[in-house]
Ligand binder design. Structure first.
Ligand code: FES
Ligand SMILES: [Fe+2]
Length: 384
């Protein structure tokens, strides 16, 4: 029998139909959903340019003029705190010839376009133009960097590139309501780790909720005595879900908390919680720390994973805070380093013409739940 060949030229809708049908039959998704350039273009159009995206934390913009440039599937956006203390977002595309007016992050009084020096205020409005006296009918007051919708929840910042559509809570209120008890608005992302896995962005969240791999890949770090069958999945609307289970502190391999419990969390020292919130945002909770994961695609087979490690704000004043927080940070990096090497190998394997999707176990149910939702959104043509 001839070896099946995975074509990269197939229509996205055919790839989606095959993937949904395989999943229905209890098989894995085909490799093409992680390797097809055409499907990635559809994801850009129907998810990343239409849906809410997490872009960070409010505490990373403490002062007026603090800004950061985000690139979401190539679209450049400035998030900035204005003089009134409000956090805003606007397109980083000059109203003259389209140059990016800002880069990276920092603090500024205004954004001066590097090409012809048009100057924009912290609200994105055009303030100053040189040598423009001869432009007929040009009104500075009517010119600005295009606004982008921005909303916050629990200290997290979200933007939406689509001008219209449901608000953050309208779309994701169910799952965010289930996460309110974490009171992440009273916490601080004291450590931030950025990793660049060589794999498709969907594999990151899938891997986080792949209960089947934990006792294998993480057997020597946190999952030595982890029972994956403890995980109870609670599906919600919009492809979101949460799960309750039992697991130790992720402070180090010993798993005995260095800080003690977060005061407002109920349960005992092994109570754990996890939530898939948006396609690119998930939360992992232990009794002594909250980890927020943000995934950004950088191409079909490359992405960026940012891990925010949150602790109650009061803890930051403790004398032992820095030394302890560093241990938590080192350990979560180690856990994800274990995943990332394996994910690069997975990406290579599923890209092979020899890959035939194998059977899925019950422990992979969350993986199928979240990726099926993404595929259904792509099939329906709308993220709304
Ligand atoms: S492109 Fe920005 S001022 Fe000309
Ligand atoms: Fe893992």
């Amino acid at each position: 029998m001839a070896t099946p060949i995975v074509s990269t030229q197939r229509k996205p809708q055919d790839i989606i139909a095959e993937a949904l049908s395989l999943s229905l039959k209890g098989r894995q998704f085909p490799g093409t959903i992680y390797t097809s350039a055409e499907l990635y273009e559809l994801e850009k159009e129907r998810i990343f340019r239409k849906d809410w995206q997490i872009v960070g934390r409010t505490e990373h913009y403490p002062n007026a003029g603090d800004y950061k440039v985000h690139r979401i599937v190539g679209e450049s956006v400035i998030v900035c705190r204005n003089e009134a203390g409000e956090l805003n977002a606007f397109r980083n595309v000059c109203a003259h010839r389209g140059a990016e007016v800002a880069n990276g992050e920092g603090n500024t009084k205004a954004f001066r376009c590097p090409y012809h020096a048009w100057v924009y205020g912290l609200d994105g409005g055009l303030k100053r133009v040189t040598n423009a006296e001869d432009i007929q009918g040009f009104e500075i007051a009517n010119c600005r960097l295009a606004p982008v919708r921005l909303q916050t929840w629990g200290g997290f910042v979200f933007i939406n590139l689509a001008k219209e559509g449901p608000g953050l809570l309208e779309k994701y209120g169910d799952i965010l309501g289930k996460c309110d008890f974490l009171r992440t608005g009273e916490m601080r992302a004291a450590r931030v780790s950025v990793l660049e896995p060589q794999c498709n962005w969907k594999l990151i969240n899938e891997n986080v909720f792949d209960l089947y791999h934990l006792n294998v890949v993480h057997a020597n770090s946190f999952a030595r005595d982890f029972n994956p069958r403890d995980f109870k999945l609670y599906p919600l609307s919009g492809g979101s879900f949460y799960g309750a289970y039992r697991s130790r502190s992720l402070c180090n391999a010993a798993g005995k908390s260095l800080f003690g419990s977060i005061p407002w969390l109920e349960g005992d020292e092994s109570s754990a919680f996890a939530a898939q919130v948006l396609p690119t945002f998930s939360i992992l909770v232990r009794h002594d720390a909250v980890y927020a994961l943000m995934v950004e695609p950088l191409g079909v087979e490359r992405c960026r994973l940012t891990i925010y490690t949150l602790f109650p704000q009061d803890w930051l004043d403790r004398k032992d805070f820095d030394a302890n927080a560093n241990q938590y940070n080192d350990f979560i990096r180690l856990i994800f380093a274990e995943d990332i090497d394996m994910l690069a190998a997975l990406q290579t394997g599923i890209s092979s013409e020899a890959y035939v999707p194998g059977p899925a176990t019950e422990l992979e149910a969350p993986v199928h739940y979240l990726t099926k939702d993404i595929l259904q959104r792509l099939a329906e043509g709308s993220a709304a």
